[in-house]
Design a protein around this ligand. Structure first.
Ligand code: ADP
Ligand code: ZN
Ligand code: ZN
Length: 722
């Protein structure tokens, strides 16, 4: 008889092994989805293996092998490369294999989802030429013949009357196809620039090798890295291979997409979290069916179903958005490198502020280091530091110093543009009772609620819970609140009061909820519909506006107050990246950083654009404190609604860990409520990555085997320790 091993995902049981089903009479391949009976229900699973077994073997199962109900896919969703990758991920990140497969697929194709309807679209297809057509009909038919297929809407928009006639005459017909069926031809344009010596040099280095290699392109902001990417992509496309451009955030996709389109036409797929399930599915199919050679996207685009990948570009490789924050907690960089090896493709990691680990690897020659220290326009913005304590002592505004106000005023006079950045991490407006000091917290999380002025609501940034501002303090009954801290909304108001004529655009989590909001805001700013773009982290990265000559950072050292061992690195990255937005055109740029501790090395290094200086200092600190890249960290987070369940699981894990040696256990940290669940964390720190990973696997297996109630989430290389 023929049997199939099927992965299923079940919400209650933590299943990571396959179940066996009979599949005689079904045409089945590894990698397709099937519907199977499971307990009293029927669920969707994923076939990992199909094989023949003998009567003997069948008996050895000792239970009746049920048959699958039906087969969902004709073709496998996951090919051999991705199966191997899923194995590798499950092993490397200590995660259930099914979760690794899930994260590779768009929602419509995930094993557990039903095979939802796929949207079809109407197209007009060329059929034949006939005599006696009018001139207009002839033109329309010629046009259609050239491309063979055109979306009906587009065709009718161009040739309404002659178009309809052509269909009536049988020269063209309407067909239904998946919306992704139609794409434009790829066209490769030459670069519009004469490349700089530095760009030529970098290209030469990267082109030298014909095989897989990982490059770290360390190039200053505005050094022309993107132009290097496009040139490499052009090489790869001409060889008939696929290219993926990864960007860290959805706000950066429009920019990259525009530059890629200018160079290669419209034949590309775009993949990011802002797309709905149908759109994601369509983009996925474009790649799967070889309709496009180029993909631009965020983190998960690294899993697209490539089968002949030649180049992976990872822009802003230091960015923490590349790390997945759920199991499997993968990093796109690791995945990119694994896939690069498999396809014998080049991987280019690029950044003005490479992550410490990457730069250390490049110095050890694990990655091939390529440096581009000069800006295209050969001038770095001048950075001014403003010490806020002093400014406040002088009676200046506590949020915007006189230096900042003067600089903004100048830009407005000269009709140049300004970017104002408020580093929101650790700096949000909260409500505190004037009489007793009580801070309003989220009832579901141990987190202070943030005040949103527009709708006069308190919102929890962790779980999204909202409530109106209470009339009385729940602790003492007083009715006067103090609004502490500065959010983007409040900053916008303040700037508007100081500069009533200025047009301001705000970009933060509140203004970018709607579809295409990022694109619209950035486009409006590019069109000079506003003088000032104000926002959080998301405006610090990658943007390229030539008329921005001032970048102001309101609270440059807010992040240094965090206890995270990477807070200096995150601060430096943010400041250097943000300053990189100033003076990218012909006009010289300026940057003003307001901070309390202006002598901190992270701030000084950013002010002087000295990556090496920062790197040396930070490595020394990491060495002394025994932090990565000198050691490895593993985090284990236990969570459950009941405190007792968490404590029990933690004790059970600790009991095992205490018997082992060769590493340090930090924690468990005190319980902390998030989304109504109690959670705590244990951190392991050690020099032997293999040993750590083996131990964590043991802890995980014991946890599952002993049927612990708490959920255990493992992160093999945590980069943000909240
Ligand atoms: P990066 O990606 O390193 O920040 P970009 O590739 O965005 O830098 O280049 C910065 C600016 O310089 C862009 O506006 C780009 O169009 C322009 N640029 C890039 N290469 C050249 C070149 N060789 N000659 C002139 N301008 C260039
Ligand atoms: Zn909450
Ligand atoms: Zn009170």
């Amino acid at each position: 008889m023929k049997i199939a091993h099927v992965f299923v995902e079940h919400p209650i049981y933590h299943l990571d092994h396959t179940f066996t089903y009979a599949c005689d009479g079904f045409d089945l391949q590894r990698g397709v989805r099937v519907e199977v009976p499971f307990g009293r229900t029927h669920i969707i699973g994923f076939v990992s293996e199909v094989k023949e077994i003998s009567e003997e073997e069948k008996k050895s199962y000792g239970f009746e092998i049920k048959s699958i109900d039906s087969v969902i896919d004709e073709e496998p969703l996951i090919n051999e490369e991705l199966f191997t990758l899923a194995d590798w991920m499950a092993d490397t990140y200590v995660a259930p294999k099914i979760s690794c497969i899930q994260c590779m697929l768009p929602a419509k194709l995930k094993p557990k989802s039903t095979h939802g309807t796929i949207k079809m679209e109407a197209f007009v297809q060329y059929v034949k030429d006939i005599n006696n057509l009018t001139i207009k009909q002839k033109t329309a038919l010629e046009d259609l013949k050239a491309v063979k297929l055109m979306p009906r809407a587009a065709f009718y928009q161009k040739y309404k009357t002659p178009g309809k006639k052509l269909i009536a005459l049988g020269c063209a017909k309407i067909i239904e196809k998946e919306a992704s069926a139609f794409v434009n031809e790829i066209q490769v344009q030459e670069s519009e620039f004469t490349l700089s010596t530095q760009q030529i040099q970098a290209l030469h280095e990267i082109r030298k090798s014909k095989h897989h290699e990982v490059f770290l392109l360390h190039g200053a902001t505005g050094s022309g890295k993107t132009e290097v990417f496009l040139q490499l992509a052009s090489d790869t496309i001409k060889q008939g291979k696929q290219v993926v451009f990864l960007v860290p955030e959805i706000s950066l996709t429009p920019l990259m997409v525009n530059r890629v389109k200018r160079r290669f036409g419209n034949a590309l797929a775009i993949y990011h979290s802002g797309l709905n399930a149908q759109e994601k599915y369509e983009q996925y199919q474009l790649v799967k069916h070889h309709k496009v050679q180029i993909v631009v996207g965020t983190r998960s685009a690294v899993f697209m179903p490539f089968d002949d990948l030649g180049l992976i570009i990872m822009d802003e490789e230091h960015d923490t958005s590349y790390k997945q924050d759920r199991m499997p907690r993968y990093h796109s960089r690791d995945i990119a490198i694994e896939r690069g090896k498999y396809h014998d493709a080049k991987v280019v990691l690029a950044s003005a502020t490479p992550c410490l680990e990457s730069y250390a690897r490049a110095l050890k020659k694990v990655y091939h280091l390529v440096e581009m220290p000069q800006r295209i326009n050969e001038s770095f913005p001048e950075v001014k530091l403003v010490e806020m304590r002093q400014a406040i002592k002088n009676g200046e505004d506590a949020t915007l110093s006189n230096t900042m106000l003067d600089a903004i005023y100048e830009r407005l006079q000269r009709k140049e543009q300004v970017i104002l950045l408020l580093n929101r991490r650790g700096y949000t407006p909260i409500l505190r009772c004037i009489s007793c000091g009580h801070v309003i917290q989220c009832p579901h999380c141990d987190v202070a609620m943030s005040y949103h002025k527009q709708d006069k609501q308190l919102k929890c940034h962790t779980c999204g819970y909202q409530m109106p501002v209470p009339t009385h303090c729940p602790s003492c009954g007083s009715s006067t609140w103090r609004y502490l801290g500065m959010g983007t909304q409040k900053l916008e108001e303040l700037v508007q009061v100081k500069f009533p004529q200025a047009k301001i655009l705000r970009m933060d989590a509140d203004t970018t909820g709607k579809k295409n909001a990022h694109e619209d805001i950035l486009q409006a700013f590019a069109n000079h519909e506003a003088d000032i773009l104000l926002g959080t982290q998301m405006i610090a990265k990658g943007l390229d506006f030539e008329d921005v000559t001032l970048v102001g950072i309101v609270n440059g050292d807010a992040m240094l107050a965090r206890s995270d061992y990477r807070s200096a690195e995150l601060t430096y990255d943010l400041l250097e990246q943000a300053s990189g937005r100033s003076g990218r055109g012909d006009k010289r740029g300026e940057v003003i950083i307001q901070a309390y501790d202006i002598h901190h090395y992270a701030i000084l290094a950013a002010a002087n654009h000295q990556y090496q200086y920062f790197f040396q200092r930070e490595m020394k600190y990491r060495h002394m404190a025994n932090y990565p890249p000198y050691t490895y960290l593993v985090s284990m987070v236990f969570q459950h609604k009941q405190e007792a369940a968490v404590s029990q699981s933690v004790s059970y894990a600790m009991e095992y860990l205490m018997k082992k040696e060769g590493f340090k256990v930090l924690g468990p940290a005190g319980l902390h409520k998030i989304k109504d669940e109690e959670r705590t964390r244990i951190l392991l720190k050690g020099k032997d990555q293999r040993q750590l990973s083996r131990m964590v696997k043991d802890v995980y297996d014991r946890h599952i085997a002993s049927k612990q109630k708490a959920r255990l989430e493992i992160d093999l290389a945590p980069i943000i320790l909240e």
